[in-house]
Design a protein around this ligand. Structure first.
Ligand code: PEP
Ligand code: MN
Length: 456
C-alpha cells in the first residue's frame, strides 16, 4: 500500500458510497444476526484459499485453465444431495473435456455454497399487477411475494446453507463422487448433427481409453485423479455478511519462513465484484482491497479501459500473479470492439501476465423473448466465447478461463444447442429465479467447442 493510501479496516467500506446495499428496517435484528455470524467458525480455511491462489497463479501464467460455473442465484432449497451432486459431476465432466482439449490442468470453482445475493436493476417490480420489492436473493428476502420484506435472520440461514453445501461437496469428493474409474454417462443421444456427434464421440472415446489406461498402470492414484478439488465462490455483494466472516488469520507459509497474518473472507475461497458495484471510489472496491482471497472483477461495456489499471493498483498493489481475475462480459455483438483495448491496457502495463482473463459469455447476452421471458441464445454465448479466444490469440494474451451459469438439471432456459431448444420449449422446465442457465447438455457442448478450439 502506498503511503498516501488511507488505512484499510474491515469496516472502512462504511465511509464510502455503496450500491445495492439493503436498508434493513429492523436494525436491532440485523445487529443480532451479525453478532451471531461473527462468532461462527470460518466456512473455508486460509490453507485452502492459498492453494487456490497458487492454482490461479498457474492460470495467469498460461499453465492451467479455470472453469467456474453454477447458478445465477443459488437458493437455500438447492442445498440437497442430488442438486449438489449433479453440479459437481457436470463440472468434473466439463473439466475432463477441457483437459483433453487444452492439454492443461483445470482448476474448478463452483458458483456454489454461498451465491445467495443478487444485484437488481430496480428495487421494486410488478407481480400480478402489484408493486412489490424485487427478489434480491435468498440471503435477503424470499422469492414468494409474501416474503419480499428484508429479513436479517436470512443472513444466518445463508451461513448454515453455505456450510452444509460445502460440507457435502467435501464429503462427496473425498468419498469418490469424482471417481473416474466409474464410466461416465456422456449421453450424446440428443446431438442431431452427425458430424458434431462424431466429433464428440471421438473425444469421449479418447477420454474413456485414457482413463482405462491410467487405471491399468496405476497412474490415476499417483496423479490424484480419484479425487478432485472444487473451490467455492460467490459475488461479494452483501458487505455486512462478508465483513462478519472476515477474520485476521495466519497465512500458511513454508517451514522456516516468518508467519504473517492477513484478513481472509472465510465465506468462500473466491469472491468477485459485480458489474454494478465495481466503482473505484465506492464501498465494494474499498472492502475487497483489504482481503487476501483471490478476487474476480466483472468487466463490461461500461468499463473505461483507463479504470482497469486503477482497479488493479488498488486491489493488487503487490502485483501477485493470479490474485485478480478479470471476468469479461460484453455480449457477442460488442466483444470485438471492446476487448482488445482492455487487453492492451493491462498487458502493456506493469500488470502484464499477472491477471487471469476469464470470459463470461452469459451476462452480455441476456435477452427477453415473447411473454417477457428472459433467455440467452446458445449461438450468442458460443460466439462471444469464440471471439474472445480469437482476440486473446491475436493480442498475444492467454484466455485462462470461462465463467458460466449452468445447472446439472435438464432445464429449458437457454435457446439452441444440439437439442435445438426453441421459444416454445422454454416453458417446459424453466426453473431459474434469476438468469437463464445452460443445462447439462448445453454446458457440455460448450466445453467440447472450447476443447475443439485448442485442438485445431
Ligand atoms: C452474475 O454473475 O450473476 C451477475 C449479476 O453478473 P454481472 O455482475 O456481470 O451483471
Ligand atoms: Mn446472473
Amino acid at each position: 500500500m502506498s503511503s498516501t493510501t488511507p488505512q484499510w479496516t474491515p469496516d472502512s467500506w462504511r465511509s464510502k458510497p455503496v450500491k445495492q446495499c439493503p436498508q434493513y428496517p429492523d436494525q436491532k435484528a440485523l445487529q443480532k444476526s451479525l453478532a451471531e455470524l461473527k462468532k461462527l467458525p470460518p466456512i473455508v480455511h486460509p490453507r485452502e484459499i492459498v492453494k487456490l491462489k497458487e492454482h490461479l497463479r498457474d492460470v495467469a501464467q498460461g499453465k492451467a485453465f479455470l472453469l467456474q460455473g453454477g447458478d445465477c442465484a443459488e437458493l437455500f432449497d438447492y442445498c440437497q444431495q442430488d442438486v449438489i451432486e449433479s453440479k459437481i459431476k457436470l463440472l468434473l465432466q466439463m473439466s475432463l473435456v477441457l483437459i483433453w482439449g487444452a492439454d492443461k490442468r483445470v482448476v474448478r470453482i463452483g458458483r456454489m455454497a454461498g451465491q445467495y445475493a443478487k444485484p437488481r436493476s430496480s428495487p421494486m417490480e410488478m407481480v400480478d399487477g402489484r408493486e412489490v420489492p424485487s427478489f434480491r436473493g435468498d440471503i435477503l428476502n424470499g422469492f414468494s411475494v409474501d416474503e419480499r420484506e428484508l429479513d436479517p435472520n436470512r443472513l444466518v440461514k445463508a451461513y448454515h446453507h453455505s456450510a452444509a453445501t460445502l460440507n457435502y461437496i467435501r464429503a462427496a469428493i473425498s468419498s469418490g463422487i469424482a471417481d473416474l474409474h466409474r464410466p461416465l454417462d456422456w449421453g450424446l443421444g440428443h446431438v442431431r448433427d452427425p458430424a458434431l456427434k462424431a466429433k464428440y464421440q471421438e473425444a469421449v472415446d479418447f477420454l474413456t481409453d485414457m482413463l482405462r489406461f491410467m487405471q491399468t498402470i496405476g497412474a490415476d492414484k499417483s496423479h490424484n485423479l480419484d479425487t478432485v478439488d472444487l473451490f467455492t465462490s460467490h459475488e461479494g455483494l452483501l458487505l455486512e455478511y462478508e465483513q462478519s466472516l472476515t477474520r485476521l488469520l495466519d497465512t500458511p507459509s513454508a517451514p522456516g519462513t516468518p508467519s504473517k497474518k492477513e484478513y481472509y473472507d472465510t465465506s468462500a475461497h473466491f469472491l468477485w465484484i459485480g458489474d454494478r458495484t465495481r466503482q473505484l471510489d465506492h464501498a465494494h472496491v474499498e472492502f475487497f482491497r483489504g482481503i487476501a482471497n483471490p478476487l474476480g472483477v466483472k468487466i463490461g461495456p461500461t468499463t473505461p479501459a483507463s479504470d482497469l489499471l486503477d482497479m488493479l493498483r488498488t486491489l493488487n498493489p503487490d502485483r501477485e500473479p493470479g490474485k485478480i481475475t478479470l471476468i469479461t462480459r460484453y455480449g457477442a455483438s460488442k466483444v470485438a470492439d471492446l476487448l482488445p483495448a482492455h487487453i492492451r491496457a493491462v498487458e502493456d502495463s506493469e500488470y502484464k501476465q499477472t491477471v487471469v482473463w476469464q470470459c463470461d459469455p452469459m451476462h452480455g447476452n441476456t435477452q427477453s423473448v415473447s411473454g417477457g421471458i428472459k433467455t440467452r441464445r446458445f449461438s450468442n454465448i458460443f460466439s462471444e466465447l469464440q471471439q474472445t479466444l480469437r482476440i486473446h490469440k491475436e493480442q498475444g494474451s492467454y484466455l485462462g478461463g470461462v465463467h458460466l451459469e449452468l445447472t446439472g438439471d435438464a432445464v429449458t432456459e437457454c435457446l439452441g444447442g444440439s437439442e435445438g431448444l426453441d421459444e416454445d420449449d422454454l416453458s417446459t422446465n424453466y426453473t431459474s429465479f434469476c438468469d437463464p442457465r445452460l443445462n447439462e447438455k448445453q454446458a457440455l457442448e460448450l466445453a467440447f467447442l472450447v476443447a475443439d478450439h485448442y485442438r485445431c
